[in-house]
Design a binder for this molecule. Sequence first.
Ligand code: SAM
Length: 235
Amino acid sequence: MNHERLSMRLERVAIHIPKGSVLADIGSDHAYLPCYAVSNGLCDHAIAGEVVEGPYQSARKQVAMTGLEAKIEVRKGDGLEVLNPDEATCITICGMGGTLISSILESGKEKLGTAKRLILQPNVGAANVRSWLIDNGWELSGEEILEEDGKIYEILIAEKGDPLRPYRADKKKGLMFGPYLTEQFSGTFIKKWQLEKKHLERIIQQLDESGRSGLETKRKELQSQISMIEEVLER
Ligand code: SAM
């Protein structure tokens, strides 16, 4: 992967960056996404944020190598603290767990003033991100699911709006499975939830084999998740 040839995962993220955006890519690592977005005319100006020294230096090197220093600023800092309050119009946070993405958004809320679109790609725990969006007035406007190198990724796109609108059918299921992904019902979506069901069944089996007492509540909780997966897959 480089800024000219992104992974399919980041390419699908880039597709959702509105033309003319001021992009902030938080946790940018090599800054491939902002370099790609600027090189391909998706945005004129971008900020790459990184909290860890190694990836921060990689981002600086990549931006220098592509000759984009005038258009991409690499800033070191935790989450959204690298931004001024009225700066980014599109924010991408990709390749981390959903809990970390939600906590970055939560701690930097005041920096989201001018943001029109969030593109979030949690590796796991997408339900956490959906939940944060609902609590903070962001309406999920689209979702994608894709498989690359044996891993399944979800991409969530959100804009300011009515956060409950996509969840009218069933909020609990919507949070867990994604309202748009459930509707699309793609082969990758089916595969993800078949695998998750097997994983939960294995945990139940381990609980049963452990012979420990007091695990009934945990068992019921897992069983109810399995039932929910079955309901969604058998629609
Ligand atoms: N976004 C890139 C992608 O999707 O390919 C890189 C993903 S990499 C797995 C996660 C990056 O996020 C790491 O470089 C890590 O240093 C950075 N990171 C983690 N927590 C962060 C935070 N609170 N603020 C900024 N960067 C963070």
